[in-house]
Each structure stands twice: as C-alpha cells, then as structure tokens.
Design a binder for this molecule. Structure first.
Ligand SMILES: *[C@@H]1O[C@H](CO)[C@@H](O)[C@H](O)[C@H]1NC(C)=O
Ligand SMILES: *[C@@H]1O[C@H](CO)[C@@H](O)[C@H](O)[C@H]1NC(C)=O
Length: 467
C-alpha cells in the first residue's frame, strides 16, 4: 500500500506535516490524485463507478488517500488537532481530493487523527459511513491511522472498548494496532457477542478488504515481488529526481532594486564563497522521512550536496571556498566575487515539525547578515514550508526557495548557473510574520511577503547566448 500524503491541503505552515501536502489550493491538490492511476493502473471504460481498481502489471500496489479529512486545517497548525470550519468550507477546501480519488478508483482511504469541530474523525459516522461510503459510494476499505482509535478518548486508551466500538461503528474497516492487538481482538469479539456491533458491520469490512486483496492478487502471490528492487537508486531514477529539483525551485528575488539580476550566476569567477548549515549536508537537504522517521543531519545516504554540485558546475579556474559561518574578519580579508548562502530548517516529520515561530536553524540569520552585508549574495532556503525571511530580505541580492531537494543537489546548481531556467511557482502563500497566520489565497486580508503562485523566471544561458 502506498499512502498519498499530498492530498492534505495545508492551511497553516506552522503545521509540521505542511511539507507533506502539496498546496493550499484544492484545485492543485486534486491533480495529485493522478498518482492513483499511476500506482493502480487506468480504469477501463464501463468499469463500475467508485470501485477500487488495481491492475498495474509492473507495480501492483494499492493507493491510500489520506488523511480523511481536514487534517491540514487544524487550529494554529497543531498536528492531530481540531479543524474548525463549517460544512461548506470542509467540502470546498478539504474534500475535493477525496471526491477525485474515489472517482479514480483509489483502493483505500486513511482517516485523520484530527477532529472536525471537536469530533474525532475516527469516530465520525456521518463523514466515514454517511458521506464516504453512502453518498460517494466508495467501495474500497477505510483504514485507521496507527493507534488512532486509542486517541478517541483523552487520555489515549482510557476506555479501549469504547474506542473499538466508536471507530468500528463509524465505519472503519481495518484498524492499525501496532502493539496491543490481543486486547483489540478481545474487545471487538465481546462487542459482537453483546450485539453492540452488528455482524453486518463486520461483513461490510471483510467484503471491502477482500475485494482489495483479490485485486492485488494476494491469494495467488502472497509474497512481495522484488524483481524491480535492483533499480532503487539507479542513475535513471536520480536523473529524474534531479529534473524534479530543477523544476521545483522558486526564485523569489533576483537583484536589488535598480541592480542587474544576479542569477544565473557566472561560472567564471575568481573566488566564490559558499556558506551555511545546509551547504554540505545531505541529511539537511533531504529533511524528514529519509532513512529515519525524522531524517537526520549528516551523511545519512548517498547523494550530491549542493556544495559538491557547485564545485562540479563552475569553471575549473574558479576557486570555491566553503565556510559554514564566516565571521566579518574572514569576509573582509578575502575578495569574493559572490557568495551562495544555503540555510534552512533541520529535518523533522509530523508533530516534531510543529513550529510556533517558523524560524530557520541557528545560526542561519546571522550567516545571512554577515555574508550579505559584505559580499553580493544569493540565499538558498532549504525548508519544507515558508519560513520567516523578514527583516533580512533587503540584505539579499537574490533568494531561492529550494524546499527539500533530496539527494540530487546537482539540480540546484543546474538552475543557479543557468544550465536550465527557473520556472517554479509558489504552491503556498509566503507570510511576512507568524502573526498573520492562517493566511491563504482568497482571504479578505491577504498581505503576504510573496503571494501564492509567485515565482520569477530566468532564461537558460544557452538561449541567452543564441539571442
Ligand atoms: C467504556 O465505554 C463503554 C462503552 O463502550 C461504556 O459502557 C463503559 O461504561 C465505559 N467505561 C468507563 C470506565 O467509562
Ligand atoms: C559528509 O561528506 C562530505 C563529502 O564527502 C564531507 O565533506 C563532509 O565532511 C561529511 N560530513 C559529515 C558530517 O561527516
């Protein structure tokens, strides 16, 4: 099963899972559902509506749309918290990706830890059974999040019998119980014996689960197909990842007022300074969900750091100096042609990433200040979401949002040096201050540092030369 995180509409970047969702615009989130036929295969004509469809000979996996529903709209962006919004808001902002997923035959849907207007989604009969199963006629299975039914009560697991009762009656078909599964089986069995849960509810769940398992061919081939495992991390895949990096970078500033644009940078230069906590750190440029749950700084996997990529790209005559956090004395005693400052957030995932201030890691802001006050500089921000840039923007000659480029740092250098042009646009509003949040495109009071959809472009050097 492959879980599709990008269906979450992030409404507040303080939310630590914000980088797991693609956009604040539900129309763009809807395009993410194209991953479903990509995983499961294209639905043939005349296939019954809203039934799961899995027939992709190459990979044969079940897609899982998550997290149903409204998890990106929680108050103050607190993970697993409460989304306060009326039905129309829920339907128009958070639901479109699910409408689309069901239409495209998604096999499973995972429920969100969060609540809607104070009611835990894992016990919400109206949305799981009433809306998803009865109204949308979803015929795949609904799965819980891990230990999520425990959290129906506060504190978690305070009344597990109640958690089992409320979640199964709400319409959850498969429950993730990582540890106390004997207790789960005992409680569920007892609730059936006492007729608190009718057998028809179990029949519904079993029918849905078997439907997906038959389509996956689990009974014919119960073991995983490892025939493509040798291709993981192949050069071909790395090239594709590098292309994705090139296309996802967003150029936010290029030249101070009245100045020439700084980018693309010249490959020929005497001395180039590279600085910042994220310039030579694979773990930092990958972020969370890499090797470890929360990722980790350092050389945690094979890849090209941005520093290495810069060295690979510049003219052999150019001298590249790396200093993570240079002081004024160092800066004044060298005659740098320009500087590239690469700073950002440290790796995180889920609630570990919840942030009240959205600041980058120390000493990021002082590195920006010191370098940009002395040398012409481009700042590259590595982050899963918009972070606080003010009041440092005016010091920078250029600013690039590189998000989490992953292992293929060469994609960053490709665009910095104009082998390719900048084309990326902001999929989220970039706030000035955290006090403005939540602030999304379409809001009455919309005063961002950079609006949704913003992004400057540059022309590849080859095309400049040809003009
Ligand atoms: C736990 O929940 C059940 C309902 O499933 C209820 O009958 C029981 O009284 C609850 N127990 C406690 C200690 O609250
Ligand atoms: C990671 O690898 C690079 C390149 O080999 C090296 O320059 C750097 O010092 C290493 N970093 C750590 C934290 O080991």
């Amino acid at each position: 099963m492959v879980c599709i995180l990008g269906l979450q509409v992030c409404r507040d970047p303080r939310w630590g899972r914000c980088y797991e969702s693609y956009s604040e615009d539900p129309k763009i989130v809807q395009t993410m559902t194209e991953i479903i036929p990509g995983l499961q295969g294209d639905i043939p004509a005349n296939y019954p509506m809203n039934f799961p469809y899995i027939n992709n000979d190459r990979i044969k996996v079940a897609g899982c749309a998550k997290h149903f529903v409204g998890d990106g709209g929680t108050i103050n962006g607190i993970d697993e918290n409460n989304t306060i919004i009326d039905w129309n808001g829920l339907k128009n902002i958070h639901m479109p990706a699910y409408h689309d997923s069901v239409r495209k035959g998604v096999a499973t849907i995972m429920v969100s830890y969060s609540s809607w207007n104070g009611k835990k989604m894992h016990s919400n009969y109206d949305l799981i059974t009433g809306y998803l199963k009865n109204k949308l006629k979803f015929k795949g299975f609904v799965i819980s999040d891990s230990e999520a039914i425990d959290r129906i009560t506060s504190p978690p697991h305070a009344n597990y019998t109640y958690s089992v009762q409320a979640s199964i009656l709400a319409g959850i078909d498969m429950v993730i119980v990582p540890f106390k599964f004997v207790e789960f089986i005992d409680d569920l069995t007892l609730l059936l014996k006492k007729n608190v849960i009718p057998m028809s509810r179990i029949d519904d769940a079993v029918e849905r689960i078997l439907r997906v398992k038959f389509m996956l061919g689990h009974f014919e081939n119960p073991m995983a197909d490892r025939s493509l495992a040798s291709q993981l991390g192949s050069q071909e895949h790395r090239e594709l990842a590098r292309e994705a990096v090139r296309k996802s970078l967003v150029l936010l500033k290029n030249g101070k007022t009245g100045d020439e644009p700084l980018l693309p940078l010249p490959k020929k230069a005497q001395k180039i300074l590279v600085a910042g906590t994220h310039a030579n750190d694979i773990g930092n440029q990958c972020g969370g969900w890499t090797i470890e749950w929360n990722g980790q700084s350092g050389n945690i996997t094979v890849g090209t750091t941005i520093l290495t990529a810069i060295k690979n790209t510049v003219d052999p005559s150019a001298e590249v100096t790396y200093n993570e956090n240079p002081n004024k004395e160092f800066l004044n005693s060298n005659d740098f042609s320009y500087a590239i400052v690469i700073v950002g957030e440290l790796p995180y995932s889920e609630s570990v990433g919840d942030s009240k201030d959205l600041k980058i890691a120390e000493p990021g802001y002082s590195t920006i200040t010191n370098v940009c006050e002395s040398v012409k500089c481009v700042v590259i921000v590595i982050s899963g979401r918009p972070v606080i840039i003010e009041p440092y923007l005016e010091k920078m000659d250029a600013l690039v949002a590189a998000w989490l480029p992953g292992t293929e740092g060469q994609g960053v250098a490709d665009v910095l040096y104009g082998v390719y042009g900048f084309t990326g646009k902001l999929a989220r509003t970039w706030m000035r201050t955290v006090e403005q949040l939540p602030m999304n495109v379409g809001d009455a009071h919309y005063d961002p540092l950079f609006p949704f959809g913003y992004g400057l472009t540059t022309t590849p050097r080859e095309l400049i030369a040809a003009q």
